[in-house]
Every structure is written in C-alpha cells, then in structure tokens.
Design a binder for this molecule. Structure first.
Ligand code: GEK
Length: 242
C-alpha cells in the first residue's frame, strides 16, 4: 500500500473543517493510521490469526468500515475453509475505489464483494467473522446497539465480532493514556500543531467510550462473551463470541 506522508494538518487552518474520509485523507491513509493509532500494525495480522481460529465453512466474513481493506486482506489470507466469501463495506467512495485496486492486486482468490454503503443499512447472514476495526467510534452512539444487534442476528452460533476502538477512561487515567498517545504521535513525527488540529477536527465525530460501555453493550446485544484481547494506551481490541 502507498506510503505518502500524512501532512494534512501540518499547516495552520483558520477555518478547520470537520474530518472527512475524502480523497485527501485516502491519499495518505496508510501512513496516517499507522502513525496515529498505537497497535494498529499489531492488530491487523492478529485479525488474521483470529480469523483462522473462528472461520466456518460456507460462511461469510464481513469487514465493516473497511477503508483500504487492510483487515479484509488479513482475513482473506487466513480463510482456510471451503465456500467462504468476504463482504467489505465502506460509505466513502474514495476509500472503496482505492480499496478495489488493492484487492485486484492481491494474490488470494477468496471472493471479496466490495460495497459502497452505510454499515447501518446492510443485512448480514451466515457470518462467522465480523470486523469493526476502528469504525464503531464513528457511528452515532444511539446507532451502536442497533448495529451490534444486527451483527449478532447475522452471525452463526460460535461466530465472532472483532471490535477495535479508541477508549475513554476516568479523568486520571484519561490524562495518563492520552499523554502517552500524544507521545506516540510525536515519536512518529507529528508536530504539536498537527496533533492539536487533528484533535479539533475529530471532535464530535470520533466519539470514544469506556471499555465497560463496550463490554456491557456487547453482552446486551446478545454476545455470550466479550474479552479484551489487546490494548495499547487508549486503543484496544475486543473479541465478542456469539
Ligand atoms: C482498517 N477498518 O484499516 N458506514 C460505512 N463506513 C463508515 C461509516 C458508515 N456509517 N462511518 C464511517 N465509516 C479500517 C480502518 S477507519 C478508522 C477504519 C480511522 C468508515 C469511514 O469511511 C472509514 O473508512 C472507516 O469507517 C474508519 O482496518 O480512520 O480511524
């Protein structure tokens, strides 16, 4: 995937627009997400490991909010059961267009259906593995439980959801975890201006919740088990089993 440097917030913007997954973001996305999300480069290959463990024959795997398809590709290369396909969904046209070129260049022959759609509006069925890799945080809070209900309904018994999210904490821990996250961004070359402008652009768009909120909602949606399998500073990934 491309490695064009993310300099979107390097210059001062007087009129800072809210963040959007548009052409400008798509161009720098691989660099942006790796330098901004601690643990992203660990989580992607682990999605492959989890997929190998839970994929069922003749099932569908879903990647919801697939962006450029990093998680889709990790899943695709770890599907070792017959009759499976992957459905990857994103509502950003720019993401879907670029994602298609990456899928076309990939060597795996596991079928992937790429949908330009809102993940709140799709119907899922016969699912074994569903991934929400840093996507639920962009869905309005009141739409999160209905989406999880929809996922549970579409999953086979024993199927799983991999849910990766930015986390919120109580005030003291929030300061500690956030400070370490900003250190991570500085260590990856982001300036104070870039960090603060990106923070403003994401306000009211990326809405993080606590680990407890996630666990409780996953159980309320009908998952039997919801375990934290990974955390790096204020970013985590949960595995929920139906
Ligand atoms: C990865 N999973 O690289 N319907 C469909 N897509 C949506 C919606 C929606 N309602 N809201 C947001 N998105 C990827 C990374 S990025 C995370 C996911 C980030 C899409 C949005 O267009 C974007 O592509 C993605 O969710 C979030 O493993 O940028 O921090």
């Amino acid at each position: 995937m491309n490695n064009i440097l993310d300099r979107l917030y390097a210059e001062s913007h007087d009129d800072l627009a809210s963040f959007a997954f548009d052409d400008a973001v798509v161009r720098v996305f691989p660099d942006m997400i790796q330098r901004s999300v601690p643990g992203y480069t660990t989580i992607i290959p682990m999605i492959g490991i989890i997929t190998s463990h839970y994929v069922q024959p003749d099932s569908t795997l879903y990647d919801l909010g697939c962006s450029l398809g990093e998680a889709t590709l990790a899943m695709r290369h770890c599907v070792d059961k017959p009759g499976c396909k992957i459905v990857a969904v994103d509502n950003s046209e720019a993401m879907i267009q670029r994602c298609q070129t990456y899928l076309d260049a990939d060597s795996s022959r596991v079928p992937v259906e790429l949908l330009l759609d809102d993940i709140r509006h799709i119907t899922m069925s016969h699912a074994s593995v569903v991934t929400l890799n840093f996507t639920l945080q962009f869905i309005a809070p009141e739409d999160r439980l209905p989406l999880l209900n929809n996922i549970v309904n579409g999953l086979n018994e024993g199927g799983v959801l991999i849910l990766s999210e930015k986390l919120m904490f109580d005030q003291d821990e929030q300061m500690l975890q956030e400070a370490l996250h900003y250190d991570f961004k500085r260590a990856n070359g982001y300036s104070e201006l870039e960090i603060s402008q990106k923070r403003t652009a994401l306000e009211n768009y990326l809405i993080p919740e606590t680990l407890e909120q996630h666990r409780e909602r996953l159980l309320a949606a009908g998952f039997k088990q919801a375990v934290l399998w990974y955390q790096c500073f204020n970013f985590c990934s949960l595995l929920a089993v139906k």
